[in-house]
Design a protein around this ligand. Structure first.
Ligand SMILES: Nc1ncnc2c1ncn2[C@@H]1O[C@H](COP(=O)(O)OP(=O)(O)OP(=O)(O)O)[C@@H](O)[C@H]1O
Length: 301
């Protein structure tokens, strides 16, 4: 059983700028964790500290109860934001070299290189210099570099950025597979639809602090349900003041009213009756907010 990755109370300043404040969360073995936040929120800083390429001012990172030292760091597969391949080295040689650095034998390193370049669809490019590959293919090689030594933890900084839809599918499958093998997987992304689809849990970071943390479905349900009501004129603001309505947004272009309600205490039939009093109802549909909507609310709160 692989240990969980535990991030406990990280603080980091760059001069006067507070980049992280008490950053605390964990990623269980077998879990796919989405790390999201606005530009400059502190995701890369956290990931660099996890890897030990950057020191925290306070707090600690452990694998189970073991601090991340040289020995444990070798068990992590890392895709840095700034990427890190040698542009003038051939893809295959480079991957074998990296695998050897992680202590693999020459033949195991070669087998692993062949396995991962094939899995990631760059097996035809092993004799090309990295610099001659498209950015998306360089990224596939970068993922192969993170996986080549069969890591026990995966830490990937924006692995999906710049990938075409086929590569997104391949990357998604690989991450799901690695989690299913029982290792903790954390990745950052701005593609929230993808995070919503893939991840077991997410953490939303705002200005260096974890502002929302939990299972995607639970977080989405936390702030209630959205009722979209099409038909009654939005100009009448028919839903203002109705019991149980937390917020009403009126779109005068479409005559759709979006209501945020608390489903446990709100009688949706009473809302429907109020809508019908305001005019004919063409659509009455409940949905939980998407991760993108939730993100906007958390970031603007
Ligand atoms: N070496 C550095 N020196 C000074 N400030 C830095 C340094 N690295 C990062 N920062 C600042 O720390 C904050 C957090 O940056 P970080 O790169 O961790 O954010 P991020 O969440 O990864 O953002 P993005 O989504 O844009 O990649 C930002 O305000 C950034 O400008």
């Amino acid at each position: 059983m692989n240990p969980p990755l535990i991030i406990d109370g990280l603080h980091k300043r760059y001069g006067d700028l507070v980049a992280l404040q008490d950053m605390t969360f964990h990623v269980d073995p077998g879990e796919l964790f989405g790390f999201v936040g606005s530009n400059g929120a502190g995701k890369s800083t956290t990931m660099r500290i996890i890897l030990g390429v950057l020191a925290a001012d306070a707090g600690r990172v452990t694998l189970g109860d073991r601090p991340i030292d040289l020995q444990t760091r070798r068990q992590i597969g890392y895709m840095p934001e700034e990427r890190g391949l040698y542009p003038k080295m051939k893809v295959g040689e480079q991957l074998v070299f990296l695998a050897r650095l992680h202590g693999m034998s020459a033949s195991a390193a070669h087998d692993s290189m062949q396995r991962w370049t094939t899995r990631l669809g760059v097996e035809q490019r092993v004799d090309d210099d990295v610099a001659d590959l498209s950015l998306g293919n360089q990224q596939r090689v970068q993922l192969a570099a993170a996986l080549i030594h069969d890591p026990r933890v995966l830490v990937l900084d924006e692995p999906f950025s710049g990938l075409d839809p086929v590569a997104v599918d391949v990357m998604s499958d690989v991450l799901k597979e690695k989690a299913a093998e029982g290792i903790p997987v954390i990745f950052s992304s701005h593609q929230l639809d993808l995070v919503q689809r893939l991840c077991d849990r997410v953490g939303i970071v705002v200005r260096g602090q974890m502002r929302a943390l939990g299972r995607v479905e639970e977080l989405r349900a936390r702030d209630g349900v959205t009722l979209d009501v099409a038909g009654p004129s939005t100009a009448t603001r028919w839903a203002d003041g109705l019991p149980g309505v937390v917020r009403a947004d009126y779109d005068s272009n479409t005559d759709v009213t979006s209501l945020r309600i608390d489903p446990d205490t709100t009688d949706d039939q009473a809302i429907l009756a109020a809508a019908l009093r305001a005019g004919p109802v063409h659509r009455f549909a409940a949905s939980t907010p998407s991760l993108t909507e939730l993100f906007r609310e958390v970031v603007s709160a």
